[in-house]
Design a protein around this ligand. Sequence first.
Ligand code: ATP
Ligand code: MG
Length: 140
Amino acid sequence: MSAHFSQKEFRISSVAELSKVVDALAKVLKPGDWIWLEGNLGAGKTTFVRELFRKLGHEDEVVSPSYPLMVEYEIEGQRYFHLDGYRLTGKSPWDYREWGDAIILAEWPEQLHLPAERFKYRLEFEVLSENERLIKISAL
Ligand code: ATP
Ligand code: MG
């Protein structure tokens, strides 16, 4: 594990402050990393991915993968797959062995039938109030 941290905690009070968390992850993110995004409905997982992609240079829209289940992006030559297992029933429609060095950002990952040991970081989102979140990043 080559991360610069084993766990970091952020208490933020607005979407704008998500940039602190985005920066912490963007600093260590490498091709092929899989990110486990955990937290209740509306906790901020998709919003975080949107801010991360913006920081990485993506200028277009970032939609929730709740219905498509997977949305693919290419940013500065790097592939990113944004997944959401919430509505997935039955077997996963993908073969993760073909994902190569794509960076994986997975919401409701426990429902995606992916190998848990493949994930490199876990982000846990806890809602404190309408705009406040406690976000923990762990290197796995
Ligand atoms: P789901 O499991 O349904 O996909 P989600 O975790 O992806 O939910 P989002 O779709 O990102 O949640 O919704 C988070 C909502 O909370 C958005 O409307 C966002 O604007 C709002 N929000 C308010 N404050 C914050 C904050 N500090 N961080 C993240 N989101 C926030
Ligand atoms: Mg979401």
